[in-house]
Each structure stands twice: as C-alpha cells, then as structure tokens.
Design a protein around this ligand. Structure first.
Ligand code: FUB
Length: 329
C-alpha cells in the first residue's frame, strides 16, 4: 500500500504505527515501528493500553514521497518466550543478516529483549527461541559504531519496569529513586559478534548537567524516561530520549558510547498523545527525525501514527528544537 507523503503527516493511515526506528539499508530508508491495534483499552501507568501483537515494516521511496507497508513480519504467536506487548523495536545489519530487536513480556509478565533474524531488511523475521540472556526492560536501540562494534541501548520507567532492576534482580514492588537522588539511566551493552546476545553485563549510563552533576529523578523536564536512540554526528555520540511525564524528546552528548552524557536540550516539543518516541537518521545529505503522535486517532494514547520531518544542526553541533505543529505557530 502506498500514500503520497508530506512532512509532519502520518506515513500510513491504514494502520496505527508508533515508536519508529529508521535506518538506511541497501540505499533505502526503512522504518521499524510498533503496530498499535485499533482496540479500546483503559490507559494506566503500567502501559496495559499498549497491547501490541506484531510488527510491520515500512519503507520510503527515493524522494521520500511514498511509503510501502511490507506487511506483518513477526507475530507474538511465533515468539516462543513471549506472552504479549510487542513494544518499540529496532533493526540492525551485520555480516549479510538483518536483526530485529524487540521487547515483550515473557510468560512471567517480565519485559525482556528478543531478537529475530532475516536475510532481507523487509523481513519476514524469525525469532530466536529464547530472549537475550541477561536482558530486561524495553526499547532496544542499536548503534553500530565506525569500528564495527554494535551496542544496544535500552530501558524504560513505569510500564517498562526499569525501576524494578536497581539491584540487578527483578524486584516486583521496587520504586524509583527519591526526587533528589540521581535519576535512573538507560542501559548499554556491547552485542556479541553474532548479534544474538550481550558481550558484557549491561552498564548504566549517567546523564549529567553542564557542571557534571547527575540529573536527578525529580528533574522530570530533563531526566531519562524511555526510548533511547544513539547516533553519531562529527564524531560525537548523541543520546536522545523521551522525558516521559513531561513529554519531550531531549538529548545529551558524549565522546564515549558508555557516557557520561552531558544534557544539551530539547529536540521535539510535546506531541498529541502521552508518549513520544523517535529516531534520527541521515539519508543522502539530510538528517531526519522520525516520531509519532496521536493526531490521526483524535488523541487516543494507544493509537499513534509515525511521521517524519527534517532535523537541523547548528554550527556548534547543537540540534535545533522542532515544533511538531509548525502550522499552529
Ligand atoms: O509503544 C509502547 C511504548 O510506548 C514504547 O515502548 C515506549 O517507548 C512508548 O512509546
């Protein structure tokens, strides 16, 4: 199916899509989104309303004016370890194979990260029988660095269960740190050469202010919530993420993929709908932000649509803040 595309408009309207991870594979721009189902759910802080079951892959034509839906490429029924909630995925390429990384609840209701493989960037993907050993929480995002090493960044608060892993074990009733304490950071681990596991125990990333002080858990305008994405620009690592309860996409930079990352500012101001989730990709000589909002569904938190817009760097490497509704200003 294809639609004429305009920036800041849904890529597709025949499905609800969210959490876009955009990559250029084989010269083409692919988008790996979540697939929101068109059903009525009660919204709560546990994220029960995000009851997704499968993934579709989208790709854009050369001048980014048409979008193709490659159909269902993986369903939860074909993932032996998973029970429900196929949340934000990402994709990567290595040694002639494509890898789809995705979170889902296991049969004990605990979020884990899984991986599925394909010979084509458009799928279909076949899931590994077990989740990645040592994995937890949600929102995997993979960066393959210039030296060929691949890292997965992940983690999300509240429904994403990151608070429950502060001791290294799952503690069902654990709560987040006090407001004045350092906020929880996303996790990062180098991936094994076969991309099917971690090469090391995940490490927590520290996000600090301009004085090197860790952002606190009470600093909801800036602290990490979910949806990490790491890209490189002029040799610098840019970690961007959602602030959750304050609904922004913000970013921090570092000279080291493991951090610490220094907070820099806002990339995307709040969109319609509770969640905000994005990716950043270079295609030809331009940079793009892929994001979602709930405008097509009239504001339903669990019925979102993927959109894109151009992203600009200032001369000093900072990212210009994007208003998702420029026509309103
Ligand atoms: O789509 C389900 C969850 O909502 C994602 O995993 C989060 O990043 C948020 O967008």
């Amino acid at each position: 199916m294809s639609n004429p595309l305009k920036p800041n408009e849904p890529l597709v309207t025949h499905l609800y899509t969210a959490d876009p991870s955009a990559h250029v594979f084989e010269g083409k721009l692919y988008v790996y989104p979540s697939h929101d189902l068109d059903h009525e759910m009660v919204s709560n802080d546990n994220g029960d309303q995000y009851d997704m079951e499968d993934y579709h892959i989208l790709s854009l034509n050369e001048d980014l004016t048409e979008c193709e839906d490659h159909g269902e490429v993986l369903h939860v029924r074909d993932v032996p370890w998973a029970s429900k909630q196929m949340w934000a995925p990402d994709a990567a390429y290595r040694n002639g194979k494509y890898y789809l990384f995705f979170p889902a609840r296991d049969h004990d209701g605990i979020f884990r990260l899984g991986v599925a493989t394909s010979d084509s960037p458009a799928g279909p993907f076949k899931a590994e029988p077990n989740y990645i050993p040592g994995s937890f929480s949600i929102d995997p995002a993979v960066l393959t660095d210039d030296d060929g090493k691949s890292y997965v960044f992940f983690g999300g608060l509240w429904g994403g269960q990151l608070e429950k892993w502060q001791t290294g074990e799952f503690v069902a009733d654990a709560e987040g740190p006090d407001a004045a304490a350092p906020a929880l950071g996303p996790r990062v681990a180098e991936l094994a050469d076969d991309m099917l596991g971690f090469k090391e125990s995940p490490r927590e990333i520290s996000i600090v202010d301009e004085n090197g002080k860790p952002l606190t858990a009470g600093d909801e305008d800036r602290r990490y919530f979910e949806g990490p994405w790491v890209h490189k620009y002029n040799g610098l690592y840019y970690l961007s993420y959602s602030t959750g309860s304050t609904h922004r996409i913000v970013y921090a930079t570092s000279r080291d993929p493991y951090g610490p990352y220094e907070y820099k500012g806002t990339i995307l101001t709040p969109v319609i709908g509770w969640t905000t989730h994005h990716s950043i990709v270079q295609y030809k000589d331009k940079w793009y932000l892929f994001y979602h909002d709930s405008s097509l569904s009239g504001g339903a938190d669990n019925k979102r649509s993927v959109k894109f817009t151009e992203l600009f760097y200032e001369e000093d490497g900072s990212i210009r803040t994007i208003d998702p509704y420029p026509e309103r200003s």
